[in-house]
Design a protein. Structure first.
Lengths: 344, 543
């Protein structure tokens, strides 16, 4: 075969192509497609306000990204394995409320808890609630085979309602110190969350890249039947991912609660759109099997930088929602063309 | 549409060149189809057939060369309606909307008469159109309620209803069973008698001999041969396609060797509604064939052995050790390698790399404590690429960018990755070209020669040629067994339910039909997989 006679996408035979050395692989650039966007946003921020390029501001941006970031991490894992979970935005609010309800004193505070467990158990309880919500989603999606989109949409509404019912629609303050610690502590001069969130992303990225069960997510999302025929326990792994997603959302709730010192009744409300936007901008395919956590992280940073730059630039608050939506669409279009891939 | 003036060809393409970046998809090819002719276009995957179809239907503009219809130059690019009047195309993939009715599908975007759709009139028009082409389908039925064959006829009727006198059929038989193919061919012959010209693309050379007058062979983007079908030996045709000497494909089978100890034994294995209790023994060094139509139980037996289905009763053991049934991980652990029937559905993860696909079954062995080390993965993939001769740029290439035959090799590599004691392959050469088929079956033979056992489930006599013995499964029961030295005709007759005497009756529908097509009854499983060109797997994935 001297002449390669192939349709466009088919590669030339190995005999020729292998000898030519490595061409730059477009798939490798996909993860970095938002890096120029972030850079441009940095320049814009610098021009708009001298306050932008200060340590306090940048650390603040990162801290504000952590809660959204953890939800995106959870959603990215779920999306890569070919499912979706809308209820994450309710988990971030409900899990802390349930945990606090179980441990808070029954009398004396504005919010009357059950005082069933000692205060230090609040964090493990919160994570357990998150895991239980994820497992319930798994039961609906994997066990009963109902439509995942609607099932988790129902969960979103139901859990939000449960939170309102438990908290009587009020914010819960005076949370136990141990519960507030991860979201409020400073480690080495920066908020602990700023260390924890990237660490979890790195952990997740390493698991996806280097663990057999992590690699399995891509196979399950890319072609579940093939994964099953190859001996991968697709249902069990998907169920685990949904449970893990719930736990990550619960942990995001802990950070958020610690950060602001209270659980607000609307904690996380409406975030799921930002979560999906960040994931898709970051190159995660809604069809499953494609995307990296690094890409998802750049998606989160992009969205948060936009908000920060708008705030510093003195955009009137009534216009921020419009601009936020606009920026999501612009970022989506940019990432579609820098990565050169259709996002359908 | 008036019939083309006598003498001027229905379609004439000359000097067509099409490049995609550095790759040349068509290199100065020419093709002429006369009115009322059925012209076959054959070639291996990647020979340029699909690109030529795109050029002839106006979907792709060639870099050089001209296309004319009935002596008039082709319409301009983008003038879809004009192209549709010149040439109709029935694509390999179904182009109907399953949730809409037959009538709507027939006149999609062509509803006439004012602003509102007059349903009664539309159905009436559809009924007349279907009747004109002898298609037996209710215009009010939804497409999804129709059988594969009727859908295909609806598509053909729609294609012709634009007034085109030339029809391109891209692998029209891939989705049909033998009887359906017979009816399709009868219909096509009737249309040909009315002066409609056909360009017929198929991987099944037998069909070319049955239906076509003239055959054109493309190889490596070039035109190799155009000749009348009559008087062209099949060996010569294959040689033209592969560029190699005839005789390489139809290899003489070796005499049966002495088989070793049993590697796979089933006792009373049964799955209600699929196959009756089955006692099967595959010995080391032996390739056993399970012949029979896809729906006849063979595929279900393969899937049960692989752990994808849970049997109602019976036992499986590998090298004397019992295997837990109904669990793929246990089957893999026991040493059963599995090549699924449909690589697109169960075989490959298209967007991921070769390395990832090949190592799906061995992820536990590529690093300590559940880790998968990329370096080891790539190294493993490189060995597999080398040993199976997969044509790829490297282990990181996405599987979707490979040609059909190479994708199938990836699936087989995945099955062989754990060095199975027995390889269960369901239609291992499904939808690949002649040369790839030979290579793939050669791999299966080598596995057995290396001391493992192999079980091939297929309804194609060609696939079973490498077997040491063949069991025929009909309606879930083993009805016949052949040692070495069976003939196509007796095997096919057995697969058709011992209907050797009925061969004459069927011959009325499939004139001159021999083993090549008749053994393909009930092939629903092949929907959309038969003989894909390299491009198809990449849709929506690669940039």
């Amino acid at each position: 075969m001297t002449d390669t006679a192939r349709p466009p996408a088919a590669e030339a035979p190995a005999g020729r192509a292998a000898g030519r050395g490595l061409r730059p692989d477009p798939a490798r650039w996909r993860d970095f497609s938002l890096v120029p966007v972030i850079f441009v946003l940095g320049v814009v921020g610098f021009v708009v306000s001298p306050a932008f390029l200060t340590r306090d501001n940048l650390v603040g941006v990162i801290q504000q990204s952590t809660e959204l970031g953890l939800l995106v991490l959870a959603e990215a894992l779920v999306l890569i394995s070919g499912r979706m979970d809308l209820s994450l935005e309710s988990t971030i609010g409900l899990a802390p409320v349930v945990a606090l309800w179980l441990v808070m004193p029954a009398h004396g505070a504005r919010f009357a808890g059950l005082e069933l467990f000692p205060a230090w158990t609040a964090i493990p309880l919160c994570l357990a609630v998150g895991a239980a919500i994820g497992a319930a989603n798994g039961f609906l999606i994997i066990g009963l085979r109902v439509n995942g989109f609607i099932a988790t949409l129902g969960m979103l509404t139901m859990l939000r309602g449960l939170q309102l019912g438990l908290s009587e629609g009020r914010s819960i303050g005076n949370v136990p110190a141990s519960f507030a610690y991860p979201g409020s502590a400073d480690w080495l001069g920066v908020p602990a969350a700023v260390w924890l969130c990237p660490a979890l992303f790195a952990l997740g990225g390493a698991a996806l890249g280097y663990l057999r069960h992590g690699r399995a997510l891509y196979a399950i999302g890319g072609n579940p039947e093939a994964a099953r025929a190859a001996g991968i326990r697709a249902d069990r792994i998907t169920w685990t991912v949904l449970t893990l997603g719930g736990m990550l959302a619960a942990f995001a709730g802990i950070l958020y609660t610690g950060h602001y010192g209270a659980v607000s009744a609307s904690q996380g409300s409406g975030w799921i759109f930002q979560v999906f936007a960040a994931a898709v901008i970051g190159g995660i395919s809604l069809k499953g099997g494609r995307g990296t956590l690094f890409g998802a992280l750049t998606g989160v940073l992009t969205l948060q930088l936009v908000i920060n730059v708008m705030t510093l630039g003195g955009v009137p608050p009534l216009w921020t929602q419009f601009l936020n939506g606009l920026i999501i669409i612009v970022a989506l279009v940019i990432s579609r063309f820098t990565s050169g891939e259709k996002q359908d | 549409m008036t019939t083309a003036a006598a003498g001027s060809p229905a379609v004439r393409a000359e000097g067509i060149v099409k490049r995609y970046g550095p790759t040349v998809a068509l290199d100065g090819v020419h093709l002429t189809v006369r009115p009322g002719e059925s012209h076959a276009l054959v070639g291996r995957n990647g020979a340029g057939k699909s690109t030529l179809v795109s050029v002839l239907t106006g979907m792709v503009r060639p870099d050089a060369g001209t296309v004319s219809f009935g002596g008039e130059p082709a319409p301009g690019r983008g003038d879809t309606a004009a192209w549709q009047h010149k040439v109709a195309c029935v694509h390999q993939k179904p182009m109907t909307v399953p949730e809409l009715t037959v009538a709507e599908n027939l006149f999609l975007n062509r509803f006439t008469g004012g602003r509102t759709i007059r349903w009664r009139a539309l159905r009436e028009r559809a009924r007349r159109l279907l009747a004109a082409y002898g298609v037996d389908a209710d215009p009010a039925a939804r497409i999804r309620e129709l059988g594969v064959e009727q859908r295909q006829f609806v598509e053909i009727a729609r294609a012709l209803s634009f007034g085109a006198r030339t029809v391109i059929l891209d692998e029209p038989t891939a989705r049909l069973d033998a009887a359906g193919i017979g009816r399709l061919f009868a219909r096509l012959r009737a249309l040909r008698a009315q002066g409609v010209a056909f360009l017929f693309i198929s991987h099944h050379l037998q069909e070319v001999y049955e239906l076509c007058d003239t055959v054109t062979v493309f190889r490596d983007a070039r035109h190799v041969l155009t000749a009348p079908v009559a008087g062209l030996a099949e060996d010569e045709l294959v040689a033209a396609m592969t560029g190699e000497e005839a005789g390489a494909v139809r290899r003489v089978r070796r005499p049966a060797r002495t088989a070793g100890e049993p590697v796979l034994v089933t006792e009373g294995l049964a799955l209600d509604g699929h196959f009756a209790p089955l006692d099967l023994t595959v010995r080391a060094g032996e390739v056993v064939g399970l012949a029979g139509p896809a729906a006849g139980g063979g595929t279900a037996i393969g899937e049960t052995l692989a752990g994808l289905r849970t049997p109602d009763g019976g036992r499986i053991s590998v090298r004397g050790r019992p295997v837990r049934t109904g669990s793929v991980p246990h089957a893999l652990e026991a040493g059963i390698g599995y090549v699924p029937e449909d690589r697109h559905r169960e075989g490959i993860v298209p967007g991921r790399s070769i390395a990832e696909n090949v190592t799906l079954t061995v992820a536990g062995r590529l690093g300590p404590m559940g880790t998968v080390l990329p370096a080891r993965t790539r190294e493993f993939a490189r060995r597999m690429i080398a040993s199976l001769d997969i044509k790829a740029t490297g282990p990181d290439q996405p599987v979707s960018a490979l040609s059909g035959g190479n994708q199938q090799k990836v699936v087989i590599a995945r099955a062989l990755a754990r060095e199975p004691s027995v390889l269960v392959a369901v239609r291992p050469a499904n939808g690949v070209d002649v040369r790839s088929k030979e290579a793939l079956l050669g791999v299966v033979r080598e596995v057995a020669d290396g001391g493992s056992g192999a079980l091939i489930v297929s309804d194609e006599p060609d696939d079973l040629r490498i077997c040491d013995r063949v069991l025929v499964v009909f309606h879930g029961r083993v009805t016949a067994a052949f040692g070495s030295g069976w003939g196509d005709h007796e095997l096919v007759a057995a697969m058709e339910g011992m209907a050797a005497a009925a061969g004459g009756g069927r011959g009325a529908a499939v004139t001159g039909g021999t083993g090549g097509t008749e053994g393909r009854e009930g092939t629903e499983g092949r929907e959309g997989t038969g003989g894909r060109e390299g491009t198809e797997g990449t849709e929506g994935d690669a940039p």
